[in-house]
Design a protein around this ligand. Structure first.
Ligand SMILES: *[C@@H]1O[C@H](CO)[C@@H](O)[C@H](O)[C@H]1NC(C)=O
Ligand SMILES: *[C@@H]1O[C@H](CO)[C@@H](O)[C@H](O)[C@H]1NC(C)=O
Ligand SMILES: *[C@@H]1O[C@H](CO)[C@@H](O)[C@H](O)[C@H]1NC(C)=O
Length: 328
């Protein structure tokens, strides 16, 4: 009798492990693509592409099956334009606030940024509406600076598609600045689409997804930069940008690790590669982390050297998993 009980227990725990996946059927979502994931301890905020939902809270690692995901967006039937809708991406700052970048789908509501506390949901939300001329459908991604500015401000970088600038949002001033890329002689850098960004304590990289160029921005100067006083409508900040070179292909999912190495996804090759700063961007100075991954959209770095590649589609239909453990 004792023996049989032990066998049962083992089988059960095996089943629970097998059930890890972001299976969202319990909230009526069957077909979806994972666009982006933000983590706060064991809470995972999934930006997804589906017909009626764009933001879901689930768990990390992927769902254990007994915790029901929660839909956070109201993508249909929100005539007031107050709700979370058409989410493009999220990030979480050092004070556990969720930053949600909302785009537009049918030019009904303006794109906006919503900031809410994860720890005390009753605290009021901050809503910032973008001016339409700035951003028609072109917003792409958001990354909050993990280090406060020298005046204590929390700031976020927001990228756009097919533009030669990125936006910098100040939470103190509740306003948006533009970091525009232009040459000293003011000749054009076009074509350029500065849509990929990664920031850590020491570095800020921006990549152009048209010509695969990589740029470094002086993050310390940016953190010391004071936003102009209230009432100033348009802000253009000038800062020197360093051109580093060309990446190995069109990059996505730029990610800086704790040692300032840069990891990025080459979707065309299904690869994740790693480059150590200080060396040139040649192929031999890259290390291949993953080969033959399909539809990888993001790299997640955890503690103790754990890392995952997130796939937009299921890695395998049987397990309905989106994450693959990788060694960086
Ligand atoms: C989305 O649509 C599905 C049916 O396709 C429905 O079951 C689900 O409740 C809807 N979710 C929301 C948040 O509207
Ligand atoms: C940018 O670099 C040039 C030449 O190195 C220098 O003269 C200029 O002051 C720098 N500008 C800023 C905003 O740091
Ligand atoms: C990757 O994603 C694209 C577009 O979402 C899809 O057409 C393609 O089948 C996917 N590839 C695999 C191997 O899942």
């Amino acid at each position: 009798m004792e023996c049989r009980r032990i066998v049962c227990a083992l089988l059960l725990s095996g089943l629970v492990c097998f059930g890890h996946s972001w299976d969202l059927r319990s909230v009526g979502i069957d077909q979806f693509r994972v666009r982006h994931v933000s983590l706060y301890h064991s809470r995972a905020f999934l930006t997804i592409e589906s017909h009626n939902v764009s933001l879901v809270e689930a768990t990390w690692p992927e769902n254990t099956g007994n915790q029901r995901p929660r839909v956070l967006s109201s993508d249909v039937d929100d005539r007031s334009c107050r709700g979370v809708r058409h989410v493009l991406g999220t990030d979480i700052d050092r004070l556990a606030r969720l930053w949600v970048l909302c785009g537009v789908r049918h030019s009904d509501c303006p794109p906006k940024l919503i900031i809410r506390s994860l720890l005390s949901p009753s605290t009021g939300e901050i809503h910032h509406r973008f001016r339409r001329t700035d951003s028609d459908q072109r917003l792409h991604a958001i990354a909050v600076d993990p280090v406060p500015a020298s005046d204590g401000d929390t700031r976020a970088f927001i990228t756009l598609v097919d533009e030669d600038y990125i936006l910098l949002y100040s939470l103190f001033k509740r306003t948006m600045g533009k970091l525009r890329f232009e040459k000293n002689d003011l000749t054009s850098l076009h074509p350029i689409s500065l849509s990929e960004v990664s920031v850590n304590n020491n570095r800020l990289y921006v990549a152009d997804t048209v010509s695969d160029r990589l740029f470094a921005l002086p993050i310390r100067n940016l953190r010391q930069l004071a936003f102009p006083e209230d009432g100033v409508q348009k802000i253009i900040m000038k800062t020197n940008v360093t051109y580093i070179g060309r990446l190995l292909g069109r990059p996505c999912g730029l990610k800086l690790d704790f040692r300032d190495n840069l990891l990025y996804v080459l979707q065309r090759d299904g690869a994740i590669v790693k480059w150590t700063p200080g060396r040139s961007l040649k192929a031999e100075n890259h290390r291949v982390i993953l080969q033959q991954g399909t539809n990888i959209t993001q790299i997640i770095l955890g503690i103790a050297g754990n890392a995952w590649a997130v796939s937009g589609e299921y890695v395998s239909l049987e397990t309905r998993r989106h994450c693959m453990k990788i060694n960086v």
